[in-house]
Write a protein of this length. Structure first.
Length: 217
């Protein structure tokens, strides 16, 4: 797939402020500092489409990016960062859960898991919640440049073993590294497989209208 254009469209604090439902959407979710923004930039071939922050928990809204004028990428607020105030964590949780459970044009969630770490409780809880709510998702192990292949396979096996305790249908699994530009083709192939023929055609970029003012997992 060719991502000829990619532009920031809108930030939304909650489901009510999200853009219209005319385009299919593919969301990226995961713990704070798992590399969502870097992966989004790698996916569309831009260095600064999604803002990469050195401070975990920086993304507080649902951020929408229009690709090829026909579909959207969505950068969801990260979860699991302890220094975010409790009332803020609750708000993030509501906005993300409502978007995932109620957004009719959401085609797939790419659930990012740090491939250099053993299974984390927040990740397992998030994936279990999506499975319970029948949210379509793909499990993506990120930062694989920081771990050897044997250790990575051990991590994946440990994570899937945990999932098997409550689900008999393992999700599709991908691996990626924004630093080494690994996994891009596989991610785009999944997106491409869920687009209609007319949505695969790149449209000329149009300057988006300014968003309306609007008031861890």
């Amino acid at each position: 797939m060719n991502t000829s254009t990619a532009i920031f469209y809108r930030s939304a604090p909650d489901l009510a402020a999200c853009p219209d439902e005319s385009m299919p959407e593919f969301a990226f979710a995961g713990r704070s500092n798992v590399g969502k923004s870097s992966l989004l930039n790698m996916l569309v071939g831009k260095r600064d489409l999604a803002r990469v922050s050195a401070t975990p928990g920086h993304t507080k809204h649902l951020n929408f990016f229009t690709v090829n004028g026909t579909w959207r990428l969505v950068d969801l607020p990260g979860y699991g960062y302890a220094k975010i105030e409790r009332k803020e964590r609750g708000r993030f949780s509501r906005s993300v859960s409502e978007y995932l459970a109620e957004r009719p044009n959401l085609r797939c969630v790419f659930a990012l898991v740090d491939g250099s770490l053993p299974p984390q409780g927040y990740d397992l809880e998030f994936v279990e919640w999506m499975a319970d709510n029948e949210v379509p998702f793909v499990l993506v192990f990120s930062k694989i440049d920081k771990v050897g292949p044997v250790k990575l396979q051990e991590t994946i096996a440990a994570f899937t073993a945990k999932l098997a305790e409550w689900s008999d249908r393992p999700p599709e699994i991908l691996t990626c590294s924004a630093v080494e530009r690994m996994g891009r083709a596989a991610l785009l192939a999944i997106i491409d497989s869920q687009l209609e023929p007319e949505q695969k055609k790149a449209k000329r970029a149009v300057k988006p209208k300014l968003p309306l003012r609007a008031t861890p997992w």
